[in-house]
Design a protein around this ligand. Sequence first.
Ligand code: ASP
Ligand code: MG
Length: 410
Amino acid sequence: MALYVKKFGGTSVGSTERIQRIAQKLKDAHDAGEKIVVVPSAMSGETNRLVALAREMMPGVVDLRELDVLLSTGEQVTIALLTMALKALGLDARSYTGTQVKVLTDHSHSKARIQHIDTDKIFKDLDEGRIVVVAGFQGVNSDGDITTLGRGGSDTSAVALAAALKADECQIFTDVDGVYTTDPRVESRARRLERITFEEMLEMASLGSKVLQIRAVEFAGKYNVPLRVLSTFEPGEGTLITYDDGESSMEQALVSGIAFSRDEAQIKVNGVMDKPGTAYAILGPISDLNIEVDMIVQNQAEDETTDFTFTVHRDDYEKVMDFLENRKNELGAKSISGNNRVAKISIVGVGMRSHAGIASQMFKALAEANVNLGLISTSEIKVSVVVDENYLELGVRALHEAFELESTPV
Ligand code: ASP
Ligand code: MG
């Protein structure tokens, strides 16, 4: 019998009525012979509500041990309610908190990492025909203290459980019906992907496609857990995320999706010395400020100086500009310039590995759409360009069309 770990997000368990609908859905799957472990999130809005309560008690820095005790209650509510709903349908089911299972984590309250999951009780229940309901987002450390995994962490709970139980699939039920070739709000002809690889999903996810927590995708890739994203209440197969087995139809698709992010800013340090240590002198202190730098370009120097350009999240723009202005003399830079009205568009696909000329196909499509390109960067499975933010939608649609993403794959 196939074993599935099924995770339900906050909106899916947002009311008692919805919890009852999920219970019915689980009953159907159980009747069809599936072995099931369910991982619900807290009801939508609940974790935020609890965080706000904590802030009232401790303005400024909240005690993280106590915050975890508080936040873990959100999922404790939904596991109990869902189990009750299953029992009301005549099924045998049992709920467990992270501590009860136990989901052993390290000691980092509010961003704990899972170290081990005891599977004995879960397997015993499954063997006895029960549906097992495990609280997402929480664990327990070796001192017996409750920990939580960071916001959105129940995706990771589900994947970790699926890995520990060697489940056939980890199914993430959510309010979208899968992963799309691009954001359907920008391109209405965006198509749901039947399959995508872990690597592609990571690129899509880190570029703003927020269907899955990035950590959960990394975890699934590391432990080779097949992951499926699908809609809670709409029928459908969703999107399966797996390794590229070289046999599926996605091999033929050069580009699997177009990812983008709106909130980019670009900063240019002009006329710094072309000598060892320059990049470190500029970027070292920025990374010490905990600011993430994304694309980095240094052009070939014609004299003894060079220009150094990079992108950061728009929220960090002012901070980095101020910082560099203040250190301009120290760095020996002629000037610092920047633009915080830029966006990034990327084409993503494992098919690029074995095909030359994808980048030029991309540039051609953008040229025909009259989109001007700023920085360009490439990796094995991705080409990214920085564009004026006003050209983002136009660029995404042009690329979606050029790479024929709206059509059904052969
Ligand atoms: N309830 C937690 C949160 O809102 C965990 C989750 O939903 O995945 O972050
Ligand atoms: Mg969530």
